[in-house]
Write a protein that binds this ligand. Sequence first.
Ligand SMILES: Nc1ncnc2c1ncn2[C@@H]1O[C@H](COP(=O)(O)OP(=O)(O)OP(=O)(O)O)[C@@H](O)[C@H]1O
Ligand SMILES: [Mg+2]
Ligand SMILES: [Zn+2]
Length: 678
Amino acid sequence: MTEEILVADPQERFQDFLKADKYRERISRMAIAGSTSLTVDFEELLTTDSALAENLMEKPDEYLEHANRAALAQLQIEEPEYAEGIEKIDVRLRGLPETIPLRTLGSEQLGKLVMVEGIVVRATPSQPLITQAAFRCKRCGTVTPVPQTGTFLMAPIVCSDPACKRKGPFDFVQEESTFIDSQEIRIQERPEELPPGQLPRWIDVKLLGKDLVDVARPGDHVSVVGTVRASAPTIPKVGKLRVFTLHLDTNFTDVVSKEPETVVVSPEEEKQIFELAKDPWVHRKIIRSIAPSIYGYEHVKEAIMYLLFGGVAKYLSDITIRGDMNVLLIGDPGTAKSQLLQYVAKIAPRGLYTSGRGTTAAGLTAAVIRERAGGMTLEAGALVLADKGIASIDEIDKMRPEDRVAIHEAMEQHTVSVAKGGIVATLNARTAILAAANPALGRYDAYRTVAENIALPVTILSRFDLIFVLRDIPERELDTKMTEHILELHKSGAVPVESPISPDLLRKYVSYTKNLKPALTPEALNRLKDFYLTMRSASETEGTPIAITARQLESLVRVAEARARAALRKEVTTEDAEASIAIMKRSLEEVGIDISSHKLDIDIIMTGKPKSLRDRLQVVLSTIVEMEKETGMVEKSALLEKLQTEYEIATNEAERLIGQLTKEGTVYSPRDGYLKKT
Ligand SMILES: Nc1ncnc2c1ncn2[C@@H]1O[C@H](COP(=O)(O)OP(=O)(O)OP(=O)(O)O)[C@@H](O)[C@H]1O
Ligand SMILES: [Mg+2]
Ligand SMILES: [Zn+2]
């Protein structure tokens, strides 16, 4: 408890404070704007009149009244004409000396003025709240005003006409009642502040007055100055509960910057960052530092690197093109998908991990929910909460049906629109997405298309820049290494391979590059253009319906930009373009597109593998099966020869097909130079 310092004439002292030029100016501006609230910078009051400031924090109910009256008195001096029609000025206090973490808010702060920060997760629409109700007596016609404070509308006990004094009945007169704009929002601890494994704390915040309502929307990060109150929930006909819940009566709300707070980088770390950026192997180093406990998956980790750094958003006069990437991992059970996702959520500035079902009623996008009291509330889902960050969505194939519709807009336009229950809103969801899904049939079936393998429509699949398939295929050499890796990890309790960049430095490195906007060099642009046009024309001449679409072209640019960013470069070089093309090819191949024949048909995702490839794979496989009948194991050289002579499949093509079958796990090598069907 701070010691109480009594202040004589608080109203006068506050008015003295308001006589500073700055506030006189603000008061004049109130008249121009027709406003009835005056914002005071609390830190200033604290230095000018600390006793007064402390009393405001300790006894806000009493001292805010003094402040409000002082402001009105000063307004009457500065702008007497404007002041004439005004009954009350609200003094708004901005920026208390300290922010109380929501986690520690409790009965200790009851009745005190505090400042808290958090993310808005819910908001009711702005609604008129009655502050003074007028009732007309049905017997004599006299109107009785009744100030309203409680939850329910109160009628007068008796008629205010001394000659009548009857107990009604009364009619409510709306035209003669006074209303104020009101809104209730819920703020929650920010995802980045949440201690690992804990559920976020939240508090309901009541907003009264037209300058306070509709200032913040779900997904906004806000700082709220308000008085801590406790109220007991009422159970009709039973009474009030003994356990009270806390809420805030708001004095001031500020939407704070949505940029992830720029991490403080020491000169020492800055030096490390520059050194790293100069390293010709910087990309390799970053990739090796991503989830080092997870063995292999270099290409997935490369994609994660691009996702972390991100491309450059383009804000054109008519449209906006997202810079953030979306990456999807489809995989057999136990292929470390969840582990990778959790790692990314931890390392990314403003990262959030959620399951496709979402952790709240709002799921991934947003929802309008009906409250117990009957009102409607707009609640923000994971993608809105992860605005300007990265959302790791595990089991995305299990998302709510409502999200399946809304996620289309979220993934491309980066907004979530809601129109339901009288609430119409568009929320920001500028989020990079790393999603994971299990194959619908339990295991990935290489002979089916991606769309057949996963319970997601093509319209959603096509919004992922990169898609990879993680398959659990027994393969002797890889298995041995991975087993050793995992066992070593369990034995020593440490990562077997040391990561070149510590997670802490990597996080700082990522946010350090965020303001960089690398631009394509003419050479890089030409390289991407060539690749794209080749793929387009290939399909044109051969009459396949749709080649890769403009979506993939944008993805290529994003990846190349992200790669430049990762090296702290302002220019996107040919090398970046090449790397971008390489990983895009890999992704397209994994979803079953035949790169070799240049038939890059994105429709394949929907319709199936190119017939030619499927046929040739079938030929190789059936030849193997046939030969197995004779020899048990198939000698590779004999197979190659047979394919050449009987089916005119060239050796290098045959090698590639065998490679694909091996990768798919249909064929394995029991020993060097031999093959066998699994
Ligand atoms: N390549 C790997 N390197 C190291 N550990 C691995 C690897 N693959 C799997 N594991 C381990 O296997 C376990 C299972 O991984 P995880 O839970 O992430 O799988 P998942 O792909 O999410 O599976 P599911 O689809 O069933 O959810 C984890 O403990 C993970 O560390
Ligand atoms: Mg999992
Ligand atoms: Zn009466």
